[in-house]
Design a protein around this ligand. Structure first.
Ligand SMILES: *[C@@H]1O[C@H](CO)[C@@H](O)[C@H](O)[C@H]1NC(C)=O
Ligand SMILES: *[C@@H]1O[C@H](CO)[C@@H](O)[C@H](O)[C@H]1NC(C)=O
Ligand SMILES: *[C@@H]1O[C@H](CO)[C@@H](O)[C@H](O)[C@H]1NC(C)=O
Ligand SMILES: *[C@@H]1O[C@H](CO)[C@@H](O)[C@H](O)[C@H]1NC(C)=O
Ligand SMILES: *[C@@H]1O[C@H](CO)[C@@H](O)[C@H](O)[C@H]1NC(C)=O
Length: 355
């Protein structure tokens, strides 16, 4: 009898956490115990910041304030830049040596929903051409960069953009490197032309990238080798989730083995950060390297597990939206579809404090 009840007790203890998780998975909304743990971790995060890295956070906040507003919203991304780059060129060209020398190539993939949201913030009727495929990151660009500088750019003032040079890869270009801006006429190939004239002409200093075909093809190859959606998915990070910058960083480091740069667009009205771009870096031999030292519109922040280069607020959740935010916000009835995944993330999150 005693043995029987002992076995029963042991079984109960073993399965009860899973019962909880299981019951939560049938629950359409966030269960209370989960909210409680979340609140606790938020408290922990706050006390952690205050106790051990007050100075760092203060410095970080100061650095944020020093980043010019249009740059804080991500270099090429602020619509003025994406649509007509005059303002940034005028104000920043002087920071680059006239010899057009550079150290690293920054390869940038963007999250289309966030890009589109950013445009719609300025004009709510702005048309976007978004990919039909789910969890689909697209290429923004391939930018030669001198460490600590914004450029060089427009290295060959007499260069032209010739769409015919891309005829063998144009289908893949349309798919993986599309101009998301539905307002620009497709026949203009605005984005490709801009990227080639502004950045490609500087990348051309390297033999492997010295013509249009090679430059764009390299971008397509790198997207294939370093698919951001896969890297995040491997760590259980899917669209429609809120993540800490540290969780994103941990996932990317795990997948890449090198330090990337993580970029958010910040919606000041609603105080929400959206995941916008992941940038990875290559050296002149086209080998993946750390982005350390590439501090264009981001800063470098130390945390107990490493150093993250980002413009996202380190102590705020970063949203990875599945749809353009604010437009389709009705699709929200099953917030916690994968409690086990969330639990896993939470454990990771707690490990971060305790390690
Ligand atoms: C399900 O959600 C409701 C409302 O949020 C909550 O009161 C309840 O405790 C939850 N049930 C379980 C099993 O977590
Ligand atoms: C600049 O572009 C023109 C036109 O494509 C080309 O003929 C010339 O060689 C380029 N100059 C350099 C320095 O690459
Ligand atoms: C670029 O160079 C490659 C290899 O030399 C060549 O196959 C390709 O046709 C060139 N493209 C252009 C536009 O010159
Ligand atoms: C993420 O956080 C925002 C605001 O804090 C909330 O509206 C949204 O529902 C959250 N999303 C998920 C998947 O928890
Ligand atoms: C690029 O990085 C690789 C691996 O770190 C290194 O072997 C190579 O020498 C580097 N090339 C240049 C030009 O720095």
């Amino acid at each position: 009898m005693l043995r029987k009840s002992l076995v029963f007790l042991v079984i109960l203890i073993v399965i009860s956490p899973w019962l909880l998780v299981l019951s939560a998975s049938f629950n359409q909304s966030e269960p209370e115990w989960f909210v409680a743990i979340k609140r606790k971790t938020d408290e922990l995060l706050k006390s952690f910041d205050v106790k051990t890295s007050e100075e760092k956070v203060n410095n970080a906040e100061k650095s944020y304030k020093n980043i010019p507003q249009n740059l804080f919203l991500s270099d090429e991304f602020s619509s003025s830049e994406y649509h007509d780059d005059l303002d940034i060129e005028l104000s920043f060209d002087q920071t680059v040596d006239s010899n057009n020398d550079w150290d690293l190539l920054i390869f940038t993939q963007q999250w289309p929903a966030t890009t589109c949201y950013h445009w719609r913030e300025q004009d709510k009727n702005h048309k976007c051409k978004l990919p039909n495929v789910k969890e689909f990151w697209t290429i923004h660009g391939l930018w030669p960069t001198k460490l600590g500088h914004m450029g060089p750019s427009f290295c060959n003032k007499t260069a032209n953009f010739d769409i015919n040079a891309l005829q063998d890869i144009v289908e893949r270009m349309n798919l993986f490197w599309p101009d998301l801006d539905g307002e620009s006429p497709p026949q203009d190939h605005w984005l490709w032309k801009h990227e080639w004239l502004k950045h490609g002409t500087c990348a051309a200093a390297v033999d492997q990238l010295n013509n249009e075909t090679k430059y764009f093809d390299q971008g397509l190859k790198w997207r294939e080798s370093y698919l951001i959606s896969n890297i995040l998915r491997d760590s259980g990070i899917h669209p429609d989730s809120n993540n800490t910058v540290v969780a994103l960083h941990t996932a990317l480091i795990k997948g890449l083995g090198k330090n990337p740069s993580i970029h958010c667009l910040y919606d000041g009205k609603n105080d929400i950060s959206y995941l916008a771009e992941i940038r990875i870096c290559f050296n002149k031999s086209l080998e993946l390297v750390d982005c350390d030292g590439v501090l264009r519109d981001a800063i470098s922040i130390d945390y107990p597990g490493g150093t993250v280069i980002t413009n996202c607020h380190i102590s705020q959740a970063v949203h990875y939206p599945s749809l353009v935010p604010g437009r389709h916000n009705i699709v929200n009835d099953r917030k916690w579809k994968f409690p086990i995944v969330n639990l896993y993330k939470l454990i990771q999150f707690i490990m971060w404090f305790t390690l």
